[in-house]
Design a protein. Structure first.
Length: 101
């Protein structure tokens, strides 16, 4: 039993940072998915793949894994640098890149 502890990144469908402040403990798949012979859907007998635990902090997730003897790997999130821009900079007289038209 092996788990990953990470902070999820924001989705492309949102501009805010909702659901990115908490930490997630997810189990690695124990077996590969295989096609179901009747319907052709991907299926597996591994039920741990469905478990996803949310924690308020990294320390809580690590403590949980240690308490229950779960081997884990902490994946630190890379913070992207924020480029602060103003709309008025598009019309500045000392603009470095001229308009294309």
């Amino acid at each position: 039993m092996f788990a990953r502890i990470y902070r999820p990144s924001k989705t492309a469908m949102q501009s805010g940072r909702a659901k990115t402040r908490h930490w997630v403990l997810e189990f690695e798949p124990a077996m590969a998915k295989r096609p179901d012979p009747l319907m052709g859907w991907a299926s597996t007998g591994d039920t741990r793949r469905q478990v996803r635990l949310n924690f308020e902090s990294r320390d809580e997730a690590v403590a949980y894994a240690k308490k229950y003897g779960i081997a884990f790997q902490v994946i630190e999130a890379r913070e992207t640098p924020r480029k602060i821009k103003a709309y008025a900079d598009n019309f500045s007289a000392d603009r470095k890149v001229p308009w294309s038209h």
